[in-house]
Design a protein around this ligand. Structure first.
Ligand code: ZN
Length: 96
C-alpha cells in the first residue's frame, strides 16, 4: 500500500511534502554534510531559554550533535545519514 522504497531500519521520518509535485518522487538519499554519531552523546541544541535538549544525538552537522527531532529530517540508515530529496524522472521535467 505504500509508495515508500523500503524502510530497513524502521526509523525513517515522514518525507514532509504535503503534496507530491507532478512527476516527483520523494527519494531517500545519503547526505554527505552529516555524519552518523555513536550512541551516548547528548543533543547540543538549546531550547528557548538555553535549556539542553534531553534527547540523545544521532547525527552531527558542522560540529553540532543533534537528536532526531533537531536534525531537520535526517536519520541514520545503514551507518549513513539520510534525508529526503524530491527527484523527477527526466522525461517529466518541464522545460522552461
Ligand atoms: Zn534535540
Amino acid at each position: 500500500m505504500t509508495t515508500d522504497t523500503g524502510n530497513p531500519d524502521g526509523n525513517r521520518p515522514p518525507h514532509g511534502w504535503a503534496e507530491i509535485p507532478e512527476g516527483g518522487t520523494p527519494t531517500a538519499e545519503p547526505d554527505p554534510d552529516y555524519i552518523a554519531l555513536p550512541p551516548g552523546l547528548p543533543c547540543t541544541t538549546k531550547g528557548p531559554w538555553g535549556t539542553d535538549c534531553p534527547e540523545p544525538a544521532i547525527v552531527a552537522w558542522r560540529g553540532k550533535a543533534t537528536c532526531a527531532r533537531h536534525s531537520h529530517g535526517h536519520w541514520v540508515e545503514g551507518g549513513q545519514v539520510m534525508h529526503w530529496v524530491m527527484r523527477y524522472r527526466p522525461s517529466d521535467t518541464p522545460v522552461e
